[in-house]
Design a protein around this ligand. Sequence first.
Ligand code: UT7
Length: 331
Amino acid sequence: MNKPKAAITAVGAYLPEYVLTNKILETMVDTTDEWITTRTGIKQRHILKEEGKGTSYLAIKAAEDLLRKRDLDPAEIDMVIMATATPDMPVAATAAYVATEIGAKNAFSYDLQAACSSFLYGMSTASAYIESGRYKKVLLIGADKMSSIIDYTDRTTCIIFGDGAGAVLFEPNEEGLGLQDEYLRTDGIGREFLKIDAGGSILPASEETVREKKHYVFQDGKTVFKFAVSNMADVAARIMERNQLTKDDVHWLVPHQANKRIIDATANRMGLEAEKVMMNIQEYGNTTSATLPLLLHDYERQLKKGDNLVFAAFGGGFTWGSIYLKWAYNA
Ligand code: UT7
């Protein structure tokens, strides 16, 4: 008998209400709507404004959306994985709080951090638990409150990022649908180019680190861009080759939403027409761990059982990779 595959069987999402447009950013830093649009493809992003609410708030809302849509009893969930680069706190797993709040009282849970590749790696982890046969329902949530680590006086980063959350449920599939193959990579040279200097074990928080704004994201955009363009395209092309997928076999590219130019380069390399490329960067910006599930949420109605999806992501670390997955249901 063939081993069951791990399929995505439900999707949920949440975006905070407040919308930060390029026009508003023009009043905050020295930038223009035109520059942001042509260089990144972003027109607006959602921001969680309410004090005292962290990433768990976004994650809980996305998970509740999934539970409601699927009419699922949370007590049936075996495991909750939180893909996030902005946990509620440095210590105490955000996933544990989220699992308890949504009523997943029989689940164990933990956080998984790989910057913008967190959700992609989470898909690999969630699938491996399902394929092992030990667990039947794994909830994977990608959520980030990027506004909590962004310096809104730095025009090179504040125009890019947004807050949001998405959730997917992984379950065993006996029809061969679900995750087919993955190619995941890392390269530690990347940490010089995209990082938060302080607040970790090398440089704990102090008055000085706060004064020098070392708790915010630093990005050498040009260097990260170069690595992202070539590496995201490479892994997507490689996963196609390895699975003998032609451009006609691929129904959808599901790319991390960091910059429209990186997405276009990946699609070009794969030979895909724009109609096959999922894109919502114009509305949400880069929500880090939430970009991939937010795409699935927005395109869910267009997806058909058996569709071939190629996921690709690139992020800090560096971390990157591609996953080939067969979609398992008609919405
Ligand atoms: O998701 C995790 C991985 N992250 C990424 O994949 C992001 C990769 N990087 C990028 O997407 C791009 O590098 C950015 C969008 C961050 C920047 O775009 P760029 O085309 O690489 O611009 P640049 O950094 O080369 O800057 C070009 C010019 C500079 O001016 P000078 O030196 O040529 O006079 C910048 O100072 O644009 C200037 N600039 C801006 N101008 C207006 C930088 N930011 C802005 C801004 N508005 N917001």
